[in-house]
Design a protein around this ligand. Structure first.
Ligand SMILES: CC(C)(COP(=O)(O)OP(=O)(O)OC[C@H]1O[C@@H](n2cnc3c(N)ncnc32)[C@H](O)[C@@H]1OP(=O)(O)O)[C@@H](O)C(=O)NCCC(=O)NCCS
Length: 171
């Protein structure tokens, strides 16, 4: 089955989704913002929107991200991404998502590890994040990478209102 992947332009040709060796991890850029917004919707992440991604990535140096992308028939297709903020020793993982068609293939791990790598390069020794208490898949994913629950935030999320777990990992 061919996944419905956000594209920068041209349609893909026949095939091209049979293996994942051509998916590369690279730096998320402000000009990726329209694709990130599409991916945000496809991965069911809370809405930040194109303008915010462009601004955070273009104007605020503490924010950075990584993307999983492939070139198909001359167009860039995003399969996953992360967005993080590095402040002193703290790396805050703000967003991570992989298209559902590509789950459980190790791609989330690739983008997470690339994000850690950049965080450590910037001097971080601790990563923390918030996650909806109902998001068992993500909690399992973070747990598989060594994150532990460090606390909770009441009514942290809206639409629907829900508590968050705070999870933490020593890098
Ligand atoms: C969380 C997410 C990024 C994981 O991406 P992924 O590419 O599927 O993750 P990986 O294939 O690298 O999984 C690594 C390990 O995490 C754990 N894991 C991942 N998804 C899991 C699931 N649905 N159930 C149980 N464990 C899971 C497993 O231990 C897995 O290793 P295994 O496949 O060898 O058993 C992805 O599910 C996603 O995009 N979810 C929607 C967006 C989201 O909720 N983001 C987090 C918001 S806080």
């Amino acid at each position: 089955m061919r996944p419905d992947v956000p594209t920068a332009g041209a349609c893909d040709g026949a095939g091209g989704f049979d293996d994942f060796a051509d998916i590369r991890v690279s730096t998320l850029l402000p000009e990726d913002a329209p694709l990130i917004e599409a991916l945000e919707a496809a991965t069911n992440l809370s809405f930040w929107g194109e303008d915010n991604y462009r601004r955070f990535l273009g104007e605020l140096p503490e924010y950075f991200g990584r993307k999983l992308a492939r070139r198909v028939a001359g167009a860039t297709r995003l399969v996953g991404f992360s967005l993080a903020r590095a402040v002193y020793e703290n790396l805050e993982l703000l967003k991570i998502g992989v298209l559902p068609e590509f789950h459980r293939l190790g791609l989330g791990t690739r983008v997470l590890e690339a994000t850690f790598e950049e965080g450590v390069r910037r001097g971080c020794d601790r990563c923390f994040l918030e996650v909806r208490k109902s998001n068992r898949r993500a909690i399992q994913f973070y747990g598989a990478h060594g994150f532990q629950i460090a606390g909770a935030r009441l009514d942290y999320y809206s639409n629907p209102t829900e508590d968050a777990w705070v999870m933490e990992l020593r890098l």
